[in-house]
Design a protein around this ligand. Sequence first.
Ligand SMILES: Nc1ncnc2c1ncn2[C@@H]1O[C@H](COP(=O)(O)OP(=O)(O)OP(=O)(O)O)[C@@H](O)[C@H]1O
Length: 334
Amino acid sequence: MITVSNVDKRYGDFQALTDVSLDIPTGSLTALLGPSGSGKSTLLRVIAGLERPDAGSVVLEDKDVTHVPPQERGVGFVFQHYAAFKHMSVRDNVAFGLKIRKRPKAEIEEKVDELLGVVGLAGYQKRYPSQLSGGQRQRMALARALAVEPKVLLLDEPFGALDAKVRAELRAWLRRLHEEVHVTTVLVTHDQEEAMDVTDRIAVMSDGRIEQVGPPRELYDRPETPFVMSFLGEVSQLGERVVRPHDLELSDGPREDAVEAQVTRVAHLGFQVRVELTLHDGTDLTAQITRHEAQALELRSGDIVWVRPTSASAFAPEDLAGATAPAAPSAPSA
Ligand SMILES: Nc1ncnc2c1ncn2[C@@H]1O[C@H](COP(=O)(O)OP(=O)(O)OP(=O)(O)O)[C@@H](O)[C@H]1O
């Protein structure tokens, strides 16, 4: 277990972390999720020992490490821009930590081969970092961090610099890796999809505080604050209710509880169809329906439809006013 208790961290006048407490179970893959500047990296650096908190403590596996230097904490890190040793082969990069710990040569070779297999880079031993793709370099970085068998693996936006497709591949790969290796892992990300997809627990951060901690589904289905609701998925406002786009139902005629709306855009995203709508009072909302539903309704821009919620959150629209949601992903137009 990693136990962070009542941590405060200031940079000059700026309060980066305020009374942060968080338990990270051994063997879990936990995300620190929040917008830019919410304090995720600062918290990760406090856990790593790269920043010293002004107040509070960090306990790793029953040992208070608040005043222990990073190299003695048994943590491995990978950052967004991983600094590989350019003049060293992949093999030597991964072996680095073991060499400085003066492990026997045969043990190093065996360990490096095993890890390169685990990260899918068997056969790349002799290459140099410049001869790898961005995704391969980050996998090498993970192999290097894992080589010294850390108790905790700390990842700060490790796939942040890569394109969307490679990111998605590496996400799936990281989850499989975690199932194999089971090292307690903390992943910093501002990408809610990445956090929901990869991790088993998410700590949502805002303004240097923890808003809510729990499994992804629980945060999505039962957000405790308006911030968590809007950060973990898109929300639309329909009258007095706040709903998720997939909690809206469309019909081509009037129905109980349904209001009239005009379709302004229909975007096909594979199986899902995003329908942008405008109500009589001028408010815009987005519905997410299946391709079959869209086909059955023969939806086209300009159509009049009736929209009603299938479920609604506990938050009134005014609660959400102060919460900053991430931008909706842009979608190709139909
Ligand atoms: N060394 C520093 N000196 C002064 N201010 C800092 C320092 N490091 C971080 N901060 C400030 O602390 C706040 C939190 O930074 P942090 O990097 O933890 O946020 P983050 O949630 O990881 O954001 P991002 O996703 O943009 O990295 C920011 O407003 C940042 O400007």
